[in-house]
Design a protein around this ligand. Sequence first.
Ligand code: ATP
Ligand code: MG
Length: 372
Amino acid sequence: MAQVKLQNINKIYKNGYHAVHDFCLDIKDGEFMVLVGPSGCAKSTTLRMIAGLESITSGDLHIGDKHCNSVLPKDRGIAMVFQNYALYPHMTVRQNLAFGLETRKKSKEEIHRRVTEAAELLEITELLDRKPGQMSGGQCQRVALGRAMVRKPEVFLFDEPLSNLDAKLRVSMRMRISRLHDELKQSGKPATMIYVTHDQVEALTMGDRICVLNRGAIMQVDTPMNLYHKPVNKFVAEFIGSPTMNMLEGKLIKTESNKMAVEVDGHLFELPEAKQARAEQYNSHEVFLGLRPEHINIGEASNSCEAKITEVEEMGSESFVYLNFAGKQLICKYVNPDIALCKQSMHQIYFNMDKCHIFDRSTEENIFIPTE
Ligand SMILES: Nc1ncnc2c1ncn2[C@@H]1O[C@H](COP(=O)(O)OP(=O)(O)OP(=O)(O)O)[C@@H](O)[C@H]1O
Ligand SMILES: [Mg+2]
């Protein structure tokens, strides 16, 4: 059993910098948990505290049932994969894979079996006699993953393992890591995986759950779908999803027909029935109206308004259309290839208000969560 439990963990570096604030997270046995957030939000610091490479200033870390704050890294049942592979350059792949097992005094047969098994799974058998300098970045990263695998750890820790690879390799490696997680689960020996990335696409595609961090504090821990559809605050809403969620400054008001609406620059956008009651509690509040690019449409509807197209990015199956509305740039995803959109032309646009998010401007919290 290797659940990982962080209770009120704080990290204050020697220079006084408070990097991690009251971090509480329960990672289940066999779960794939992704830590995601912008550069400097303390993803690596948190992971390194779990690994034992960084001391914990206060709070409690449990791996399995064991209190691990002062347990040596080698005794924590973990293996870590880094961004820069950290392979021994003078050793062959085979020696790199075997090294950790040799220091653990495993038998020759067992080492051979484990190395062969991992090499086959990662398709690096033909590279076993090469040295790191004779391989591509993707191949080195597979060896680094293999080196973690042969140790059969209960917990895998990954710190941006794919960020040195090109886009195509990243996709294939991320599928390989997900497959490894699935295969271990199916074989009845699930491994807990904690994966750090600043790439929200990696986070959304790999994680059972994702923990979004900002400035050393947890913003939201949730499934990929919930993060996308139910972000608890403006930070999560803007961090998850690409292109990012559009944010318009507005005010909640009650219309003459007694309905709650968001007023943006003199335009009224009425909220759907399901959002009325909650919005009423925020009558007269200054808010952000959040709309994903796929929820802004070009065309006429009852709440349409005029916007100017400033840029069109053709992505193949869809286009990203940049619009100027109320002095603000909006991005919409557009999938109708029949209508040509020209730069600088004026168009009617409308918002899918059923899907809108509203954030209180002072707290930046989503007013519809968790009550919705
Ligand atoms: N040894 C240290 N002493 C003081 N401050 C540190 C130390 N190491 C990191 N920090 C600071 O702690 C914060 C978190 O750093 P950390 O490396 O954990 O961020 P990160 O989320 O992994 O960022 P990145 O995505 O760039 O890797 C940063 O502001 C960083 O400058
Ligand atoms: Mg980092």
